[in-house]
Design a protein around this ligand. Structure first.
Ligand SMILES: Cc1ncc(C[n+]2csc(CCOP(=O)(O)OP(=O)(O)O)c2C)c(N)n1
Ligand code: SF4
Length: 301
């Protein structure tokens, strides 16, 4: 029998009320497997926040604090400070927010925590829009996507700005560890969390979390969509440890972005010319990432 590389213990109860095929729920499940039960989580308004359903139901086996949209990182900092004041240092404190709550609305609290070097783990599960309130555009929505606030219609009004690069923003805070991960590659995600969890300071994870409801694909395709995001390098897998970039997983052969795009209704309006623009951007970003990894490797300690 093969060796199990992911801890078996489940810290997420069955029966949550998320959509079928929700990538965000997998992000939570694997994160908790990597951290274990000495963990406390703070969650802002988002899809995950409502997944328990009505009290006394509970979808997690660890303490969970529901907080206001913009306060995820600040509340994590507060919990950490309270635990430290009580002399409790063996509990992981996690802020777990969506892309809207992280890249847009909670960014100043996260920036403050990172600048202070607060000893917390922050996970942005990225479904690339404000899903819980009906698929509105966020700073992490990719160029070209349909959302209800970039409705396309007859005017071609899809999202015209690129996705905000949260890993780069966090790296600029000089934190010890920032990484991308994907729910399609749980071993890689768990390994990164286990590597970084005991580092002192703010640790940041950007987790690719496909959303069948908002991206307009059939729920059973979530992992396939995640695999294609990796194989096309639309969403590359890398980590940045003390400023040193490392690509943690490289596709054997890069696939064209159309392979990823064509499966999702949110991109169905795109013409060949616009897809070519996306391809060029993805190529450029991939080359830049490889160059950063090459350039920074000499600074590894
Ligand atoms: C200050 C504030 N503004 C707006 C809302 C309404 N609201 C609740 S959840 C949500 C969307 C959250 O989007 P995101 O953080 O991307 O997480 P997702 O729902 O996609 O999981 C919004 C806008 C709120 N609760 N508080
Ligand atoms: S809307 Fe998307 S992110 Fe929200 S629960 Fe459904 S699948 Fe998950």
């Amino acid at each position: 029998m093969g060796k199990l590389t992911i801890p078996q213990e489940e810290l997420m109860n069955s029966g949550h009320i998320g959509c079928l095929g929700c990538g965000g729920t997998l992000a939570m499940r694997y994160l908790l497997k990597a951290l274990g039960k000495r963990t406390m989580i703070t969650i802002p308004a988002c899809c995950i926040a409502i997944m328990s359903g009505i009290y006394p139901r509970n979808f997690l086996k660890v303490p969970l604090l529901d907080v206001a949209f913009e306060t995820t990182a600040a509340s994590a900092s507060g919990i950490r400070a309270a635990l430290d004041a009580k002399g409790i240092h063996d509990i992981y404190v996690v802020g777990f927010g969506g892309d809207g709550g992280t890249a847009d609305i909670g960014i100043q609290a996260l920036s403050g925590a990172a600048e202070r070097g607060d000893n917390i783990i922050y996970v942005m599960y990225d479904n690339e829009a404000y899903m819980n309130t009906g698929i509105q555009r966020s700073g992490a929505t990719p160029f070209g996507a349909w959302t209800t606030t970039t409705p396309v219609g007859t005017t071609g009004d899809f999202k015209k700005r690129p996705k905000k690069n949260m890993v780069e923003i966090m790296v600029a805070h000089d934190i010890p560890y920032a990484a991308t991960a994907s729910v399609a590659y749980p071993e890689d995600f768990v390994r990164k969390v286990q590597k970084a969890k005991d580092m002192d300071g703010t640790k940041f994870f950007h987790v690719f979390s496909p959303c069948p409801t908002g991206w307009r694909y059939s729920p059973e395709m979530t992992i396939q969509i995640g695999v294609l995001a990796f194989q096309t390098t639309v969403f590359p897998m890398y980590e940045v440890e003390n400023g040193v970039y490392r690509v943690t997983k490289k596709p054997a052969k890069r696939k064209p972005v159309t392979d990823y795009i064509k499966l999702q209704g949110r991109f169905k309006h795109l013409d060949d010319e616009t897809i070519e623009v996306i391809q060029k951007t993805v190529d450029r970003n991939w080359e830049m990432l490889l160059a950063k990894a090459e350039f920074t490797k000499k600074f590894a300690e």
